[in-house]
Design a binder for this molecule. Structure first.
Ligand code: UD1
Ligand code: UDP
Length: 386
């Protein structure tokens, strides 16, 4: 440890999933008296981020209040650069941590690189190998990897992806994804849902927000959902709608007439975890849900053409169904009519973490600050991989 005071660490978050995934890391860092942790919130998301901060009893130390309605990636990026740099430059952090593939994360990594501040990247190494799917997230995470000092990978697969890109093995640690830590923390207690689910119906949980699905793909997905409720009279579709106007407007236009589809406000994580647990099947284009659903034993239909989480598909825990109407209906029908196919996918397996990712991440960071690079390299050789 540095003998002059505390080690200053900044955790940077901007969106709903970043709060969920960073919360366990912040809790873990705060267990140790030698860290001074700053929670820097860009508020790339406003209400979604605030709601999650409340659930995890976190308060921003710095709030950049960036979000604009229907923001473009370029405007968002320039605002983030202008507001993040002065803070990271002036506060003299020993380490900055961010996770995943958002614009907040990429800009943070760049600001750190330009100012020579060590940067740790959580959820490193996920790859779809297509810069347009998911867009712009694949580019964000590839570029972030080029800039990071430390890489915390969800599983061995992501370590291999990073090594293929020339990242040094000694900089990569297989920790699992802290989203699973957060999930297990919240899944212990069932919450009362802020709406009533109809009895004797199987619940299908849907979320959609990816940019590459805007326009025709989303329209196809909505047509397939409407059609499924015509085919099956024992299902109810619950759909917490993302506030992005590109999604929200179309969802209400195309689905609000359907009494078997419940359009909901975005749910706080505790209620959302309860709803996942009550669901029979999850259909989504989300990143995080592809990891959470199998961990809860729920089959997941991925409403995309490519995924950065191929393990889910390889292990038979999810299916990559794309956004064509027929494919969505056929795959959902398989799981709604064939118990064998359903059971084969509902396995309670968590390939992307065992619920102790934050512990492993902070352990590595602490070893570095307390004992230096050599000790971290030794840990890397012996780390527990999934
Ligand atoms: C962002 C991330 C995406 C992540 C997703 C999680 C980027 C480029 N995208 O996508 O990787 O999967 O968050 O949900 O970083 N909005 C609100 N209130 C909110 C949040 C969003 O009104 O609390 C609306 C605003 O009109 C905003 C728009 O949604 O402009 C888009 O938000 P943005 O963060 O740019 O993109 P997401 O699609 O949410
Ligand atoms: N989530 C939530 N409430 C909702 C929808 C999602 O708490 O109404 C959680 C979900 O469990 C997951 C995270 O938000 O942990 C995923 O967010 P999103 O799909 O927006 O982003 P992505 O994972 O695709 O980056």
């Amino acid at each position: 440890m540095k003998d002059h005071g505390k080690i200053k660490v900044a955790c940077v978050i901007g969106t709903r999933p970043e709060v969920i995934k960073m919360a366990p890391v912040i809790y873990e860092l705060r267990r140790y008296p030698y860290y001074e942790v700053t929670l820097l919130c860009t508020a790339q998301h406003r209400e979604l981020m605030d709601e999650m901060l409340t659930i995890f009893s976190l308060k921003p130390d710095i709030d950049l209040n960036i979000m604009k309605k229907d923001q473009s990636i370029c405007t968002l990026t320039s605002e983030l650069f202008a507001k993040i740099e002065p803070i990271l430059k002036n506060k003299k952090y020993s380490l900055v941590i961010a996770q995943g593939d958002t614009t907040t994360t990429l800009v943070t990594a760049e600001v750190c690189f330009f100012n020579k501040i060590p940067f740790a990247h959580i959820e490193a190494g996920l790859r779809s190998y297509d810069f347009h799917q998911p867009f712009p997230e694949e580019l964000n995470r590839v570029f972030t990897a080029k800039l990071a000092t430390w890489h915390f990978a969800p599983s061995k697969e992501e370590r291999s992806n990073l090594i293929l890109e020339g990242i040094k093995n000694k900089r990569i640690f297989v920790s699992g994804n802290p989203v699973i830590d957060a999930l297990y923390m919240l899944a212990r207690n069932e919450r009362k849902l802020p709406f009533k689910l109809p009895e004797n119906k199987r619940v299908i949980l849907v979320t959609i927000h990816r940019r590459e699905n805007f326009g025709n793909p989303i329209k196809n997905i909505f047509s397939a959902l409407n059609r499924l409720t015509e085919i099956f009279n024992d299902i109810v579709i619950t759909y917490p709608v993302h506030p992005n106007p590109q999604v929200n407007k179309l969802a209400y236009e195309q689905l609000s007439h359907n009494s078997s589809i419940m359009l909901l406000e975005p749910l706080p994580y505790d209620a959302f975890v309860t709803l996942m647990n009550k669901s029979y099947l999850i259909m989504t284009d989300s990143g995080g849900l592809q990891e959470e659903a199998p961990a809860l034993g729920k089959p997941v239909l991925v409403l995309r053409k490519k995924t950065e989480r191929p393990l889910i598909i390889k292990l038979g825990l999810g299916r990559l169904v794309g956004t064509e109407i027929e494919s969505i209906i056929n795959n959902a029908t398989d799981l709604l009519t064939d118990p064998m196919q359903y059971q084969a996918m509902a396995k309670h397996i968590s390939p992307y973490g065992d619920g102790h990712a934050a512990e492993k991440i902070v352990n590595v960071i602490s070893h570095y600050f307390l004992h230096g690079l050599q000790s971290v390299a030794l840990r890397n050789e012996s780390d527990q991989a999934f």
